[in-house]
Design a protein around this ligand. Structure first.
Ligand SMILES: Cc1cc2nc3c(=O)[nH]c(=O)nc-3n(C[C@H](O)[C@H](O)[C@H](O)COP(=O)(O)O)c2cc1C
Length: 255
């Protein structure tokens, strides 16, 4: 069973690949959240996987909340693993997640990071990758995924999560500040290019956008995934003044 969280499709792409290779089922964290469904039955031999993007050098805050609510029956000690996707580096993501699972009584057996095209654009100096970097990252993907699948199928133990420089400072000092002040939908608004098509309302994984008389309104339940920003066909969504002249990421190749 693989629980996945995705904003712009990178993690969904990988989760879906792993589900096919391991022949295990795929469950969206957002679906669980919307349905308030927190109890799941694992087959006795089934692995328990979590695939998610790194947000500010840690797992997304909403995912952490969901982990606390989750109840798994059928196997008290499953083989647990994480695969996190990142643009650059993960800080202490692995340790933060491992601790959360430990508190549930689950041991994290293995963990991997996968470098994917970057999606964060809401601070100065942060933008999507240039085409060459995007291509390089996607070119390295098949080999990385093959090696991860190999480990999972053999149920091996071990970690290969890239922390980057100053991981503790990023995850334990900057991350709480990010979650406190920057996971907010208040700065979102539309520019003149918005034609009120309502795609943002339909695709927001939290159901957090409502289009009223042709104008999107954000309702205060945002995870900061930026799906609305990146998928807008008119590049009409802005986050304060930070996203002016920033690019949009169209998602991994097959989505
Ligand atoms: C709010 C937010 C915070 C992010 N923080 C980080 C980070 O700390 N380190 C990193 O390498 N990438 C970071 N990224 C980039 C994403 O982790 C990366 O692009 C990921 O593959 C996106 O996955 P998704 O398409 O499944 O949403 C961030 C992206 C967003 C939207």
């Amino acid at each position: 069973m693989i629980f996945y969280f995705t904003g712009t499709g990178n993690s969904a792409y990988i989760a879906s690949f792993l589900a096919t290779q391991t022949q295990e089922s795929l469950l969206s964290i957002f679906d669980a959240w919307k349905k308030h469904q927190w109890t799941y039955t694992l087959r006795p031999d089934e692995r328990l996987g979590f695939v998610f993007p790194v947000y500010a050098w840690g797992p997304p805050a909403l995912l952490m909340e969901c982990i606390r609510k989750l109840t798994i029956i059928g196997n008290e000690h499953p083989y647990c693993y994480l695969v996190c996707t990142c643009g650059d580096d993960c800080g202490c993501t692995r340790h933060i997640f491992q601790k959360a699972l430990y508190e549930k009584g689950w041991d994290l057996a293995s963990g991997f990071s996968v470098t994917m095209p970057n999606t964060y654009v809401c601070l100065p100096g942060f933008d999507i990758d240039d085409p060459q970097t995007t291509q390089q990252k996607l070119k390295a993907l098949p080999q990385r995924l093959t090696s991860i699948v190999h480990t999972l199928l053999k149920r091996e133990h071990g970690f290969d999560v890239y922390p980057g420089k100053f991981p503790r400072m990023k995850s334990y000092v900057l991350r709480p500040l990010f979650n406190r002040f920057l996971v907010t939908d208040r700065p979102f608004h539309t520019n003149k290019a918005c034609n009120g098509c309502s795609l943002c309302e339909r695709i927001c994984p939290m159901g957090n956008i409502q289009v009223i008389q042709g104008t999107p309104h954000w309702k205060g339940q945002c995870t900061g995934c930026l799906r609305c920003y990146h998928k807008c066909p008119h590049h009409a969504i802005e986050f304060g003044k930070q996203t002016k002249k920033k690019g949009q990421y169209s998602g991994p190749p097959s989505t």
